[in-house]
Design a protein around this ligand. Structure first.
Ligand code: S3P
Length: 444
């Protein structure tokens, strides 16, 4: 058992009972986006001067990022009400005296590995049981090609990274992963020359946007359904920023899908992230019949933010594949969880990556849906869930995965009878206040 496993074992399991609802109604403001919080937390640390980050994610994953930055010599403090003040240290960090504990956070381990690969010292990165099973070759291979020395457990954590002088790389990524892309862009900052990263399918571009917000130079352009990003190494100077982090769209997905369960729903989500590389869920839900309008659109540090008004309607079915599956990778569990209640059901293909997330999300979704009495067909790269099904309440499992816990709290709202979610504490990884917010919105 490593440090964070011990901490997890000490945390008692929480069970939450979810009763059926008849509507979703109200307003909820989401904590800061998890993807942006990680990136701002890291970039603020290697920038020069102070940063003030308001509405920083309340999730445990983003706290793992801040704890690692502190272990690398970056000072920061919480100013209350979700504001973090970071004292930028500049690009060269301090050698950590303990292992960098990334907890459950793949984003922390993969993205930060790009920064520590540029440091003149050795860092050890560890994670909890789930993270210790996740593939890291996607960062090990290109970082090694850039000159970092990395030891791992056959491509899995813990990682021992000895950084130093890096050479720029021209790299075509074999998997669509924003975390791996970000890792290479961060490493590219420390490399000699220009690093070019090509991704097969477009993934979230928060790193590119955030680097510019902190004063860095990056060029990106679309290539077919993918993109190419170039970053110049050798001493780009980043400077601290003041920012309000937009509300997390992937957390909002649970409420949007809950609204999709009841034609009479009315939901308002102010200050929500609207970045086009993240907003595919809104298109899909609108195609399925949900009525969504956006007001008060503005851009903050290059990120689109808006206020969403949502009205429920009977949901049609959909098929997700290719670029859609990559763009919706974090939202597929909740879309699949509501699929039985749609008219034609949902089919998901090209989503093999779901098998190597915090849990095997294809297997977890199928298992929970079956416990509720649903028919599900499972494929190696997805699933098919027929629509028009009636589900009963059941004992469900989070599989220690935040998105599975929240997805099935949503499905349980439309089941006949109440459901019990075991391991519900997993929701705190990205959204600790989730169950309270859902209770406020659910009309019974
Ligand atoms: C993330 C990228 C995605 C996503 C994760 C957050 C990011 O992971 O699933 O929740 O912030 O870059 P992959 O890079 O593994 O696709």
């Amino acid at each position: 058992m490593n440090g964070s496993d011990t901490a997890n074992a000490m945390k008692s399991e929480t069970q939450v009972i979810v009763r059926p609802a008849r509507n979703i109604r109200g307003t909820v403001e989401l904590p800061g986006d998890k993807s942006i919080s990680h990136r701002y937390g890291m970039l603020a640390g290697i920038a020069e001067g102070p940063s003030r980050l308001r509405n920083y994610s309340t999730g445990a994953d983003c706290a793992s990022t801040l704890a690692c930055m502190r272990a690398l010599g970056v000072s920061w403090k919480r100013n209350g009400a979700g504001e973090i003040e970071v004292e930028g240290r500049g690009p060269v960090l301090a050698a950590p005296s303990t292992a960098l504990d990334c907890g459950n956070s793949g984003s922390t381990m993969r993205m930060l590995s790009g920064i520590v690969a540029g440091q003149p010292f050795t860092s050890e990165m560890v994670g909890d049981a789930s993270l210790s099973r996740r593939p890291m070759e996607r960062v090990i291979k290109p970082l090694s090609a850039m000159g970092a020395r990395i030891e791992s457990q056959q491509g899995k954590p813990p990682l021992r990274i000895t950084g130093g002088a890096l050479q720029a790389i021209d790299y075509k990524m074999p998997v669509a992963s924003a975390q791996a892309k970000s890792c290479l862009l961060f490493a590219g900052l420390y490399a000699d020359g220009e690093t070019r990263v090509e991704e097969p399918l477009r993934t979230r571009d928060h790193t590119e946007v955030a680097l510019r917000a902190f004063g860095g130079h990056v060029d990106r352009k679309n290539i077919g359904s993918g993109s190419e990003v170039r970053i110049r190494g050798g001493g780009q100077r980043l400077r601290g920023i003041e920012a309000r982090i937009p509300g997390d769209l992937s957390s909002a997905a649970f409420f949007l899908c809950a609204a999709g369960l009841f034609p009479g729903s009315e939901l308002t989500l102010p200050n929500l992230l609207m970045n086009p590389t993240r907003a595919r869920l809104l298109d899909i839900l609108m195609q399925m019949g949900l009525r969504i309008s956006v007001t008060q659109l503005e851009e903050i540090h290059g990120e689109l933010v808006g206020s969403l008004q949502v009205e429920g309607a009977p949901l049609k079915g959909t098929k997700l594949a290719g670029g859609d599956s990559a763009a919706l990778i974090d939202e597929i569990p909740v879309l699949a969880a509501i699929a039985p209640f749609s008219q034609q059901g949902i089919e998901v293909r090209d989503a093999k990556e779901l098998r190597v997330k915090e849990s095997d999300r294809i297997q977890a979704v199928a298992a929970n849906l079956r416990r509720m009495g649903a028919v599900v067909e499972e494929f190696e790269d997805g699933m098919r869930i027929p629509g028009g099904q009636t589900l009963h309440g059941a004992e469900l499992d989070s599989f220690s995965d935040h998105r599975i816990a929240m997805a099935f709290a949503v499905a349980a709202l439309r089941a006949d009878g109440e459901s019990l979610i075991r391991g519900a504490e997993a929701a705190a990884i990205s959204y600790p206040a989730f169950f309270d917010a859902l209770e406020i919105l659910a009309e019974r």
